[in-house]
Write a protein that binds this ligand. Structure first.
Ligand code: GLU
Length: 312
């Protein structure tokens, strides 16, 4: 098999797409839809199709799930250049991005546990006030650690206090102001569709996420950071993924802007819905491909169940 140069510089002449599953469980129909849409786009447009293993969640990622990803995708008829990029092999790349963001003064250590955040929010909401939440429904991180003095931060880090690293969202947004003092709006090219039909030039709205985690307590990366760095390092030109990640694109665009990385075109696709009238016990999109294979379904059957018709 061909060897992938996973750190290639972006070449505008080559279209490169990727399917980037996390080996935290078995692939299901929703993954099949995303993988097949990437694959078909690549075949149709002469693009390169890459597979990337997003395994920064080292507590949940398991080698047998990674193996199952390779098997399921091969069974579906897909192939990809080897070696695949496995995120857990590249923590240094994410560390380098974190150093850049720290130099810009945009990162701070966040010491509050999830339980502490929850109780902080509960106290605030007792008076009928509403605490802001991100598009996934999680409360914004309170502006408590952000204001800690440098000496106190260092003392707690030296004392081994568990902490993640968060982006100071307001400072990052303020930095988008042009020299003339005008706010520069971040946009992306959406060739697919957002959940509310957004398409074409979409204005990013990263502020809705609050101070996102860029390095988790256990690993020097987060989904947002790793996906942004990797899409750039692998010179991905077109990101094809589910609409559930549409809102995250605002964070990715902000990070691209802060880190001076190129912005791919995005094609968000609709998710698998149970519109076929089949009686299935689990939610349609959640059915493991392995289960369907074991039942004797063919790749063409799975493709149809994933909402791709034969002519697509
Ligand atoms: N690893 C992510 C997932 O499995 C997908 C990331 C992406 O496509 O941007 O949901």
């Amino acid at each position: 098999m061909q060897v992938a140069d996973t750190t290639a510089k972006p070449n505008p002449d080559i279209t490169i797409v990727r399917f980037a599953p996390s080996p935290n469980g078995l692939l299901h129909l929703g993954h099949a839809r995303s993988a097949l849409l990437n694959w078909r786009f690549a075949k149709r447009s002469g693009a390169r199709f890459l597979l990337r293993i997003e395994d920064i969640d080292t507590t949940r990622a398991r080698p047998e799930f990674e193996q199952a990803i390779f098997e399921d995708l091969s069974w579906l008829g897909l192939d990809w250049p080897e070696p695949v990029r496995r995120q857990s092999d590249h923590f240094d790349d994410y560390r380098a991005a974190l150093v850049e963001l720290r130099k810009l003064g945009l990162l701070y250590p966040a010491f509050m546990s999830r339980a502490e955040v929850t109780s902080h929010v509960r106290v605030y909401e007792q008076n009928g006030r509403v605490w802001p939440r991100d598009p996934d429904g999680a409360p914004h991180y309170p502006a408590v650690d952000q204001g800690l003095a440098e000496a106190e931060r260092n003392r707690r880090i030296d004392a081994g206090d568990p902490h993640s690293w968060r982006l100071d969202m307001q400072a990052a947004l303020d930095g988008l102001t042009s020299q003339e003092g005008e706010t520069v709006s971040l946009t992306w090219q959406e060739d697919g569709q957002g959940p509310d039909g957004e398409t074409g030039k979409v204005v990013a709205d990263p502020g809705v996420w609050g101070d996102v985690v860029l390095a988790r307590r256990d690993v020097p990366a987060s989904y947002h950071l790793a996906v942004t760095v990797d899409d750039a390092l692998q010179a991905i030109t077109t990101v094809i993924r589910g609409q559930d990640l549409f809102a995250s694109t605002s964070v990715h665009r902000l990070l691209q802007s802060l880190l001076g990385l190129p912005a791919p075109i995005y094609r968000h696709h609709s998710l698998v819905r149970d519109g076929s009238g089949r009686k299935l016990s689990k939610s349609h999109g959640d059915i493991a491909l392995a289960e369907l294979r074991a039942k004797g379904l063919s790749p063409a059957d799975v493709s149809a169940m994933a909402g791709l018709d034969a002519l697509e």
